[in-house]
Design a protein around this ligand. Structure first.
Ligand SMILES: C[S@@+](CC[C@H](N)C(=O)[O-])C[C@H]1O[C@@H](n2cnc3c(N)ncnc32)[C@H](O)[C@@H]1O
Length: 307
């Protein structure tokens, strides 16, 4: 019988099955970003902790330079898989896979770098923000400062109003979609430029409660029937090159219950609120939109087709 925490874990995706990890290993943006950032942030001989190790791939990147890596994973299937895979790779012996809950585990010694990839678009579903906050509090109590370098260091989140095609072979289905960031998707029209709604800097205290109200200057005519959520992870800051090593998550487009017809010059006010680690429907239900400055509209006929 599963307890409440385990049920929530399955539902929100904390228990990602082994076969899904193939998708993560195949995600080149993610893999290249983390590999470069880890190579940059982990100095030779460093001690590293990874929270939520999965297959152990990020711990293994770190093991190329670190003296010791603690890799914490609480899904027993993944613990087994990581131990097996690490044993098949050079330097794998430097990674100690620990079967534990990241909300409770502390390494036996201070570490230089903490890697944590429990990241979903908009910081929903996975427990990154809460895990990092819990870790910082417990680490400071056990070891004092300074805190290790966190990887990612920060996350920048933005929203953008869209007109989204929800026709699937004639079947109308307004549904959450995940989209590639590199190619424009047919059926998706960006109606205004994105607006940043939250920046979380993991070296500082971060709040799980995320709430925003802001305005978009509409640039194209259309029906706003979806909100795109954009999440850029600043994996490492490279001050000597005045640059950052980033990972842009897939875009997530969330359908809106009240589509609004817009045209250039309109100002659309949008608000939403959710908890980091919460569900996509909780965000979806909170989205409110209102035209605060509208030019006269010619017809509502198009709107009724989408409502
Ligand atoms: C998005 S995956 C990333 C896996 C791996 N780091 C990678 O980059 O391929 C997140 C991992 O965190 C693990 N996880 C989730 N909640 C956890 C917790 N409370 N304690 C330890 N591991 C956890 C999941 O089982 C999953 O393997």
């Amino acid at each position: 019988m599963l307890n409440e925490r385990e049920i929530e874990s399955c539902y929100l995706g904390q228990f990602i099955p082994v076969h899904y990890h193939h998708n993560m290993l195949m995600d080149q943006n993610r893999m290249h970003g983390f590999k470069s950032a880890i190579n940059y942030a982990v100095k030779p001989g460093a001690k590293v902790l990874e929270l939520g190790g999965g297959t152990g791939v990020l711990s293994w990147f770190a093991a190329g330079r670190a003296a010791k890596v603690y890799c914490v994973e609480f899904n027993p299937d993944m613990v087994k898989a990581a131990r097996k895979m690490l044993s098949m790779n050079p330097n794998g012996h430097k990674v100690e896979v620990v079967h534990a809950d990241a909300f409770e585990y502390l390494p036996p010694e201070p570490v230089d770098v903490v890697i944590c990839e429990m990241i979903h678009v908009a910081m929903l579903r996975e427990k990154q923000v809460e895990v990092m906050e819990s870790f910082k509090r417990r680490y400071l109590a056990r070891f004092g400062g300074p805190l290790p370098v966190f990887l990612p260091e920060a996350v920048i989140m933005a929203a953008q109003p869209l007109q989204q095609d929800y026709d699937f072979e004639g079947f109308y289905a307004p549904i959450v979609q995940f989209q590639e960031t590199s190619t424009a998707k047919p059926g998706t029209v960006e109606l205004a430029a994105p607006a940043v709604y939250s920046i979380l800097d993991f070296s500082q205290p971060t709040d799980s409660a995320i709430a925003w109200q802001g305005q978009f200057a509409i640039e194209k005519a259309g029906i706003v029937n979806a909100m795109r959520f954009i999440t850029k992870n600043i994996l490492a800051v490279v001050p000597e090159e005045n640059s950052t090593i980033d990972w842009l998550n897939h875009y997530m487009s969330v359908p809106m219950s009240q589509p609004i017809q817009v045209k250039p010059g309109d100002v659309l006010q949008v608000s939403f609120q959710y908890r980091a680690g919460g569900s996509i429907p909780s965000l979806e239900a909170s989205i409110r939109t209102e035209l605060v400055h509208a030019h006269a509209h010619s017809s509502n006929a198009q709107l009724s087709a989408y409502a």
